[in-house]
Design a protein around this ligand. Structure first.
Ligand code: URA
Length: 261
């Protein structure tokens, strides 16, 4: 068994013991940090093709603002866990593979969709189908490169027949997204569509009510716009979607100016 699978098994067992109640496993914050660190270092080694070795216990070096390499290593560790996740047995058995996320680990801008579709499930990458092609065009029109931003979804598995994610699935899967947000710490989160916006903001407000203004999510400025798949179905929404992007670009420019001064 490879290290990420072994770690996943340990974590799932600890969660099961915790859910069963009587003897709650007790792990200090420091112990959990060490586990995280071990996981990140080992995953780095595995990805580089080296045999896993014992990591140095250098927790002190992990500053409040992790370096890009650090972020990439930690994201890779989370990705390894996601790749063997079976917490939603129906999704785990029907998926071809998980779709974690793609882009710059130090991105200032994160796009969040709802869940992978058929193309994403086949390629293991978010937004690579028709909606993804439109998202690429939107990103380019904003003067950005896809590699500069980070793109991911609430769910890391494709729901069968592209149905909407169920609340229980979003509850189960969102710790992975929260970890991505915590590690990347984007300045801006752009929610693509009602489902990701309502989930992150924990609201039932309509997409119309959520657009055209800014929200805050864990220190990031959050903006809501149409899902690109909705724009493909209703091209008339492209103009208001562009207004959303202009709102974002104004804020992004302002943040870059503030960094210079
Ligand atoms: N729709 C989404 O919400 N996410 C994808 O990755 C693709 C389509």
């Amino acid at each position: 068994m490879q290290f990420p699978q072994a770690l996943e098994t340990v974590l799932q067992t600890l969660e099961r013991i915790r859910e069963q109640g009587a003897h709650r496993p007790c792990a200090s914050r420091r112990a959990l940090e060490v586990l995280d660190q071990v996981s990140a270092v080992r995953t780095d080694k595995i990805l580089e093709g080296h045999a896993p070795s014992c990591p140095k216990n250098n927790l002190g070096a992990d500053s409040a603002a992790p370096s890009t390499t650090n972020k990439a290593g930690k994201l890779a560790a989370v990705q390894s866990r996601v790749s063997v996740c079976t917490k939603c047995p129906n999704l785990a058995s029907s998926r071809a593979q998980t779709v974690f996320g793609v882009g710059n680990p130090a991105a200032e801008i994160m796009f969040v969709g709802e869940a992978p579709g058929a193309d994403e499930d086949a390629q293991g990458l978010p937004f690579v189908g028709a909606a993804g092609q439109l998202l690429n065009r939107i990103i380019a029109a904003m003067g950005l490169k896809r590699e500069e931003v980070y793109i991911c979804n609430i769910l890391k598995c494709r729901p069968p027949n592209n149905r909407d994610p169920e609340t229980s699935e979003m509850e189960t899967c969102s710790p992975y997204l929260l970890k991505q947000i915590e590690l990347i710490r984007p300045k801006f989160i752009i929610c693509l569509g009602r489902i990701s916006a309502q989930w992150l903001l924990q609201t039932n407000e309509s997409l119309t009510a959520l657009r055209s203004r800014t929200h805050t999510f864990k220190g990031s400025t959050l903006i809501v716009t149409y899902h690109p798949a909705a724009l493909l179905r209703n091209p008339g929404w492209k103009r208001p979607a562009w207004e959303d992007m202009k709102l974002f670009m104004g804020l992004y420019e302002q943040s870059k100016q503030e960094k210079l001064t």
